[in-house]
Ligand binder design. Structure first.
Ligand code: ZN
Length: 72
């Protein structure tokens, strides 16, 4: 079959470099999300106290038993 001009070779370009497949960054599984505000809880008696901004719970004492509060 006379086929005029054979233009170009059949497809097959140069091996297309495959980009280095790299797993993207791994999301960090942050622990508890401590938002502002909230409550402080006494681990001893369970009393809850409104958390004061700027004062960490562990610096507050339970009004009932005096135990250091923890973040609720
Ligand atoms: Zn308490």
């Amino acid at each position: 079959m006379p086929r005029g001009d054979g233009t170009g070779p059949l497809g097959q370009g140069p091996g297309t470099g495959r980009g280095l497949g790299r797993g993207g960054g791994r999301g960090r599984m942050g622990g508890q999300s401590l938002g502002p505000g909230g409550e402080c809880i006494c681990p001893n008696c369970g009393a809850k106290v409104g958390h004061k901004l700027g004062v960490p719970c562990y610096e507050m004492n339970c009004p009932k038993c005096g135990t250091k509060m923890v973040r609720g």
